[in-house]
Design a protein around this ligand. Structure first.
Ligand SMILES: *Cc1c(COP(=O)(O)O)cnc(C)c1O
Length: 485
């Protein structure tokens, strides 16, 4: 295997630009509003503001807040602006982190350490609905907290009674989302937080995706259940700026109702020969660019900018939801509270619809339990609704015809083993190659064609091994014979 080498002589700026643009050829085309996750697009003018701020501070390091008062100031202003959107009051405190996952992991770590210190809990547990983001499982795994999952109700919102039944002396945290990612509905936060308060435990609200949109949705007149610091018992909230705050990646905020809680988030080591080391979040070195760009975007947009983007987002959402309702063979799951919509086939295979849409240039994530397609609609989708719905109508029609055809075939199709379909394309390709090595000959290109193979696939535990294998292959060095390329 030939490892990539540093070029003997450095490349020119121009050459680098040409190369990087060529690498992009197969990237998802988010500028045209054809992707429904990953990128939140505030428009080119706003990107220019963020770009300027990012490069201005790209060398600075927010590890030591006393070295760069500029970054400390911008970070705390971002935390403050976010906390006031969330109706934080006196005593509120928070930190900026690299993203929702870090914010959530820190909230879990804080809850663990707070409970150990104030209640003597040595075998910590947390309770979260199955719809909570996987970052909570990650935190549980990293920090040795036992995860207890509870089901959702028929409307996809957390089943609070089931949560209540699991509360014990070991519980350090209960979790709700505003909204949860899969179907875009807000959990019954008032009840979850009341449960926490009753037992003297902490309650984290995951508003990673909703935190910067819901306040404006409410201001535009929507009736929403309460979920922020106005709800007694909510002790911390995570809110990503790099989602509906439309800032460059690497910016999220974690806010605590009470500053005293945040102390349990910090890490201090006093015995290091290199000096006394204190760090507020999980990272050591923290990029100044992400903080400066977030600060610039928040101030560039202002309330008026975010309100306008929220208006456009809701308009696009309403058009798409109405279009889905008017199309036979598909429906929206539950009643989404903002702009996150799960779309499912009725008598039509959801993943097959996803494949047909992909063939028409739309990138839509697959979901499971139940099988569905996921749309995160943001301001970048305003204006593309008609094109989207026209293609969607066509895609559903084609899939309906296939269903009719299949009905007369003798082969029965197993739709239950949906896990493989929810994988992103590349991962899926790597996985089907891995499966091929296990003995299946045909390696189908499109996910809906996988029915036959999936029916023979091993148990779910072995599926995890396949996914791990695929992930490993996707992260190999170029030139490695194990590479998927
Ligand atoms: C995106 C998201 C997260 C995780 O945030 P990252 O920035 O991807 O780490 C957590 N919860 C919800 C509801 C999200 O949508």
């Amino acid at each position: 295997m030939n490892l990539p080498q540093l070029p003997e002589q450095g490349l020119s700026c121009k050459r680098l630009a040409t190369l990087m643009e060529s690498f992009r050829a197969e990237d998802a085309d988010w500028r045209a509003g054809r992707t429904f996750s990953m990128v939140f697009n505030p428009g080119e003018e706003a990107w220019q503001v963020a770009r300027d701020a990012y490069t201005r501070f790209m060398a600075e390091n927010a590890l030591n807040p006393s070295a760069f008062p500029s970054l400390r100031r911008m970070e705390q202003e971002c935390v403050g602006m976010t906390a006031s959107l969330l109706h934080g009051a006196a005593g509120t405190a928070g930190s900026m982190t690299s993203g929702g996952t870090e914010s959530i992991m820190l909230a879990v770590k804080t809850a663990r350490d707070w409970a150990a210190k104030t209640r003597g809990v040595s075998r910590p547990e947390m309770i979260a609905p199955v719809t909570a983001h996987p970052a909570f499982d990650k935190a549980a795994h990293y920090f040795g907290v036992k995860m207890q999952h509870t089901p959702h109700d028929s409307d996809y919102r957390a089943d609070v009674q089931a949560m209540r039944e699991l509360v014990s002396d070991h519980t350090v945290l209960v979790v709700g989302s505003a909204p949860q990612y899969a179907q875009g509905v807000i959990d019954p936060i008032e009840q979850i937080a009341a449960l926490a308060a009753e037992h003297g435990i902490l309650c984290h609200v995951d508003a990673c995706i909703g935190g910067f949109l819901l306040p404006f949705v409410e201001e535009l007149g929507a009736e929403l259940p309460r979920w922020d610091f106005r709800v007694p018992g909510v002790t911390s909230i995570s809110c990503d700026l790099h989602k509906f705050g439309y800032t460059p990646k690497g910016a999220s905020v974690l806010v605590y109702r009470d500053r005293r809680l945040r102390r349990h988030q910090f890490h201090v080591y006093t015995d290091w020969p290199g000096g006394i080391y204190a760090s507020p979040t999980m990272a050591g070195t923290r990029p100044g660019g992400a903080i400066a760009a977030a600060w610039a975007m928040l101030n560039y947009q202002g309330r008026a900018g975010y309100l306008q983007m929220a208006r456009e987002t809701l308009t696009a959402t309403q058009r798409i939801v109405d279009g889905i309702a008017a199309t036979e063979g598909i429906k929206v799951l539950g009643e989404p509270d903002m702009s996150i919509v799960a779309l499912a086939g009725e008598g039509v295979n959801s993943y097959a619809i996803g494949d047909e849409m992909q063939a028409r240039g739309w990138h839509i994530d697959r979901q499971q339990f139940p099988a569905s397609l996921h749309l995160t609609i943001s301001r970048g989708h305003y204006g593309i609704e008609d094109a989207f719905l026209a293609d969607l109508g066509e895609a559903v029609e084609i899939c309906r015809k296939q269903v009719l055809r299949r009905a007369v075939e003798t082969a029965t199709v197993k739709l239950s083993s949906g896990a493989a379909y929810v994988l992103p394309d590349k991962l899926f390709g790597a996985m089907s190659r891995a499966a091929a090595r296990l003995g299946s000959e045909a390696v189908p290109k499109r996910s809906a064609a996988m029915y036959g193979m999936m029916a023979e696939l091993p148990a779910r535990g072995e599926l995890e091994e396949l996914v791990l294998d695929a992930l490993d292959r996707l992260n190999t060095l170029p030139g490695d014979s194990e590479s998927t390329e």
